[in-house]
Design a protein around this ligand. Structure first.
Ligand SMILES: Cc1cc2nc3c(=O)[nH]c(=O)nc-3n(C[C@H](O)[C@H](O)[C@H](O)COP(=O)(O)O)c2cc1C
Length: 167
């Protein structure tokens, strides 16, 4: 038997390791810039919040290049990645002049960018934005959604890991 003894926070490294013990999916959250160009980034902070009303959340680093776009647009699409979309995951997590260049996408509700071959999709209106320290917490009201039979990508311990089986 192991009994964990909680340690005070001394730096971000051990804190990240502890947080990484909670596996998540991976999504690319997208919106449109002021001039209508698609923007988006890779996230793992997505989570469900409420069924009635239907609310979800994710958090955005205040240092994000897309901060102004998400603050201004009041809507976003959560593209939940399939297990085999590692390339897209990496592309939307790295600096790129245009992350959408050469990537197939479709303009969905409100023109929000939807990627091909994803595991699931949620189209949201921005319901509220809360303070989250060095992140902003986006609460989205789900307007529409869809899911595929694709196994979702899983992220744990700082890496993409074995995909979850679809029941
Ligand atoms: C698996 C994974 C999960 C991530 N989750 C988040 C997240 O939840 N929120 C966030 O702001 N950045 C997250 N990032 C980091 C961003 O994708 C990355 O910093 C990106 O370059 C930000 O681009 P931007 O400055 O255009 O927003 C994640 C990266 C990876 C690889």
């Amino acid at each position: 038997m192991t009994v964990l003894i909680p340690q005070p926070l001394t730096g971000s490294r051990a804190f990240r390791t502890t947080l990484g013990c909670f596996p998540t999916g991976v999504a690319i959250v997208t919106t449109l810039s002021e001039d209508g160009a698609p923007v988006g980034l890779t996230i793992s902070s997505f989570n469900s919040v409420s069924l009635d009303p239907p609310l979800v959340l994710w958090s955005l680093a205040r240092s994000s290049e897309c901060l102004d776009d998400f603050q201004a647009r009041r809507g976003f699409a959560i593209n939940i990645l399939s297990a085999d979309q590692t390339e897209l995951c990496n592309r939307f997590a790295s600096a790129h002049d245009d992350r959408f260049q050469g990537v197939s996408w479709t303009a969905s509700t409100y023109g929000l960018p939807v990627l091909n071959d994803i595991a699931a999709l949620l189209i949201c209106e921005t319901h509220a934005v809360h303070d989250g320290g060095d992140h902003e917490i986006y609460l989205g009201k789900v307007i529409s959604h869809a899911h595929s039979k694709n196994a979702p990508m899983v992220y744990a311990n700082g890496a993409i890991t074995r995909p979850a089986e679809k029941p």
